[in-house]
Design a protein around this ligand. Structure first.
Ligand code: PMT
Length: 400
């Protein structure tokens, strides 16, 4: 993925043990195409040396106001000119205090004051330092100054105590930074999704399921959250991490998915059914493990409710988006599902190679026609689908 291709990120590193996570963050950003300039404070260099950041970025690290590499001697100004964002991670309690009061006594604090790009900070400190009223006052001040505060998280700290103050993990910072830089066409909208497979129990240890990994649905939930929506994700049994800022409800069976979706649907603006829901479930799941012995076993199945059709038929139905996974005649089947279930949009995907991959190739079917999206990573495909949903919400969709 090239989420940061053509972007330049200035990463400020101050003196906290979480500086080791900054090294991993640099690796992720560089892998995603970013140019990263690291501004390291004297205290930050006590934890991770400049050589580490230099090796990871392939660029010299900036440590002093008086750096002779800038011809005009103005590193404190020039470094953020043309930068996409300035992120300070970790940001110590001391650094937050400096920032809140406008101090500029070293390169990084001066860069923050003289910046010409969005500023984000990722606090990292002991829980009592974080809870201290002075720190809390400073954080309120920073937020009202338009500075985005990422985290901190709750958990075990380097000092052995447990509480709020842990810096977010590198992957979480990567996602939050990316999301913070995106347009928010879904701000104020609520989106409900289903994702993954369902599991229909046969007995306490066996069941009927399918190989949906949940990747497509989770990527869509993430893309909706990035676009500013309040997102609820009803997830079948999958092993994926919850996208940042998404409310997740875990379920197993189609009936549980149905109940969770129906409970969440009032007040939603959009419903996206990505889940591969079992059409049938065993009529009577055995109370105890079915034992081997008979030459054959007959399973009696009964139909599950169609969650998407039921949501689309409600008088208060949100804009409904269905998926169609087909092995042939995609257009016919996808368009058939759109009309039969009265949907605004169906996302058709050919799945000859089975489910579960990291990439997808989809065609969108709505009442104005069909639109192919280029084959890509599921995150990229999800962002393309979200753009189309925004056009449908705004009534601006036409052949494009
Ligand atoms: O999870 P991944 O590995 O990333 O794979 C993604 C996917 C291939 C599962 C996904 O992209 C996809 O295509 N999901 C829909 C699968 C399908 O073909 O569903 P269907 O034809 O059974 O149902 C059509 C639509 O009705 C779907 O939106 C489905 O969520 C919905 N449905 C179906 C049955 C049911 N009981 N309730 C429903 O809501």
């Amino acid at each position: 993925m090239n989420e940061f291709l053509g972007k330049r990120i200035v990463l400020g590193v101050t003196g906290g043990v979480a500086a080791y996570k900054a090294a991993e963050l640099v690796r992720l950003l560089v892998k995603a195409g970013a140019e990263v300039d690291v501004a390291l404070t004297a205290a930050g260099a006590q934890f991770v040396g400049a050589a580490t950041f230099q090796a990871l970025t392939g660029r010299r690290v900036w440590q002093a106001l008086w750096d002779e590499r800038m011809d005009n001697g103005m590193a404190h100004i020039d470094l953020t000119r043309g930068a996409t964002a300035l992120l300070v991670a970790p940001a110590t309690a001391d650094f937050l205090a400096k920032l809140a009061h406008g101090f500029a006594d070293d390169l990084l604090s001066t860069l923050c004051l003289a910046r010409d790009c969005p500023l984000l900070v990722a606090p990292a400190m002991n829980r009592q330092m974080w809870e201290n009223p002075a720190t809390q006052r400073n954080v309120v001040q920073l937020r009202s100054d338009g500075i985005k505060v990422l985290g901190p998280a709750h958990g075990e700290q380097a000092c052995g105590e447990v509480g709020d103050g842990r810096m977010l993990e590198a992957a979480e910072l990567f996602d939050d930074l990316y999301a913070a830089l995106q347009a928010k066409p879904l701000a104020g909208r609520r989106v409900l999704l289903t994702a993954g497979p369902t599991f229909e129990a046969l007995d306490p240890v066996r069941g009927l399921t399918n190989s949906s990994s949940g990747k497509m649905g989770f990527a869509l939930a993430r893309a909706c959250a990035e676009a500013g929506a309040e997102v609820t994700l009803v997830a079948g049994p999958v092993t994926l991490a919850t996208p940042r800022g998404v409310r997740r409800v875990d379920v197993q069976s189609a009936l549980q998915m149905h109940d969770a979706a129906m409970q969440a649907v009032p007040g939603q603006d959009v419903f996206i059914a990505v889940a591969a829901v079992a059409d049938y479930r065993p009529r009577n799941a055995a109370e105890h493990k079915i034992k081997k012995g008979s030459a054959s076993v007959t399973l009696e199945l009964e139909a599950n409710p169609d969650i998407l059709a039921e949501v689309a038929a409600r008088p208060d139905a949100p804009l409904c988006v269905g998926f169609a996974a087909e092995s042939r005649d995609l257009g016919t089947y996808a368009e058939g599902k759109r009309i039969a279930k009265k949907l605004a949009l169906v996302v058709g995907n050919l799945v000859q190679d089975g489910l579960g991959g990291d990439t997808n190739s989809v065609t969108l079917f709505d009442e104005t026609g069909s639109y192919g999206l280029p084959p890509a990573d599921k995150s990229e495909v999800a962002r393309g689908i979200v753009k189309h949903i925004v056009r449908l919400l705004e009534g601006t969709n036409e052949q494009h």
